[in-house]
Design a protein around this ligand. Sequence first.
Ligand SMILES: Cc1cc2nc3c(=O)[nH]c(=O)nc-3n(C[C@H](O)[C@H](O)[C@H](O)COP(=O)(O)OP(=O)(O)OC[C@H]3O[C@@H](n4cnc5c(N)ncnc54)[C@H](O)[C@@H]3O)c2cc1C
Length: 505
Amino acid sequence: MSLRINVPPNDEHNVELVSNVHPPEWVNPEPASRYNLVVIGAGTAGLVTAAGAAILGAKVALIERHLMGGDCLNTGCVPSKAVIHSSRVWAEMRQARTLGALAPPGTEADFAAVMERMRGIRARISYHDSAKQLSDFGADVFFGDARFSGPDRVEVARATLRFKKAVIATGARPAVPAIEGLGESGYLTNETVFNLTERPNRLAVIGGGPLGCEMAQAFCRLGSRVTIIEANSQFLTREDPDAAAILAGALERDGIDIRLNTTVTRVAKSQREKRLNLETGGKTDVIAVDEILVGVGRTPNVEGLNLEVAGVTYDENGVTVNDFLQTTNRRIYAAGDVCLRYKFTHTADAAARIVIQDALFLGRKKFSASVIPWCTYTDPEIAHVGMYERDSEKRGIKVNTFVIPLGEVDRAITDGQEEGFLKIHVREGTDKILGATIVARHAGEMIIEITTAIVGEIGLKQIAGIIHPYPTQSEAIKRAADEYNRTRLTPFLKGVLSAWLSWTR
Ligand SMILES: Cc1cc2nc3c(=O)[nH]c(=O)nc-3n(C[C@H](O)[C@H](O)[C@H](O)COP(=O)(O)OP(=O)(O)OC[C@H]3O[C@@H](n4cnc5c(N)ncnc54)[C@H](O)[C@@H]3O)c2cc1C
């Protein structure tokens, strides 16, 4: 069987991408009589499960209906971060004067080149997720739509794969809001926005979550006039409100037209443009744009899998799993966006590792034991791990909070990146870290130290003794630890220390 797939634009980069992640000449193998593990979906969750299990010697089948690498490689993390990086460079060039540098006159972003660079990067990375790589690891790779035909078997491209265990890793797709006229007018999602080769001059972004904020800022910095529309009163609704407020300020300074507490009530298309009717607290407005990008959440891919036949329960949040990531059919597991509340590549990866241990090696690893950090890659970035203040209040846990503004961190000052803060919560009267939020240019890198501390049960007292290279933005964490140490200096202790020092003078 030969399979052809086209990813626009049909340039050399996308031809290379497809040759790796859905090779046109691929012929599905003869199925084994029974597999230790059948994995449905070759996004992060499926790839990590299949590769890990095959490397450990299991007989594994991996099924993908579209592009191996899933969202992360093709339409999510990789393309978005490549475009964001280019947009940051452009933003810095425009502000070069503040750093004593002069951008050449007429400097302008080359949108087509930015997108081509992104496609080149995606193609280059795609080998790691390729059919060849997975086959080399020992997995049987099948292309086609997977569908259960019983509690222990899956059909794909007219072949039947029998399994001891299976994993549903079919991911999620963009949710589309029910707005009159949106479908008829046409819109972009993460599945199509990275196919653009021409910059939309005017762009409306519906949704102020991570995707909406990241893309709104990137497109604005690359020269689009962007309006971002969010129904709630803050961007990144889950995030610390102080962090979200800094982000709103940053987006506004970039020149984005911000519409919080606003809903789109209707969309209409004319020959020249798309018009969006907006409503903000009873007031109406109309904006005209060239393109609309929708980023209002994700819908789990459960349709067409015939889950009923396999005895697997699901609802609008995806496949139902227990803490061991087992579905209601105990021999079938799920991992990644199809079942998890936290839809990230690193959670899909973490879930896959748990599934390998629990499904194949009688493990009893629980997903709830995971410490999950995340980051939104705006400028500044917003990263978080553990509890928010509101969580501790809800759970009746008393905390002490240490806040270090980046304006007090030398490296942030030298780099002109003073906007932001580190906020770290410890259990009251102790140095045990319960959670942290970081707003900083490289918050995503900084949050790893705090995540490591939480996992390794390293308290602020110990962090204060860890030598941090000077000058780094991570010194903010050490500063918080020093502040904690100062709280331990009670008047009594201070008196004892002074007495000792004067005695030993
Ligand atoms: C724009 C954007 C930016 C993002 N940025 C980040 C980021 O910076 N960091 C981060 O951690 N996360 C990010 N994410 C989230 C991340 O991409 C996802 O959480 C991750 O890709 C989920 O992996 P998955 O394996 O669960 O699903 P997916 O990657 O969606 O893979 C599922 C695969 O299953 C296949 N499939 C579905 N149904 C079937 C079927 N019936 N038969 C066969 N195959 C099937 C699909 O074709 C797909 O390839 C981003 C997401 C988006 C949209």
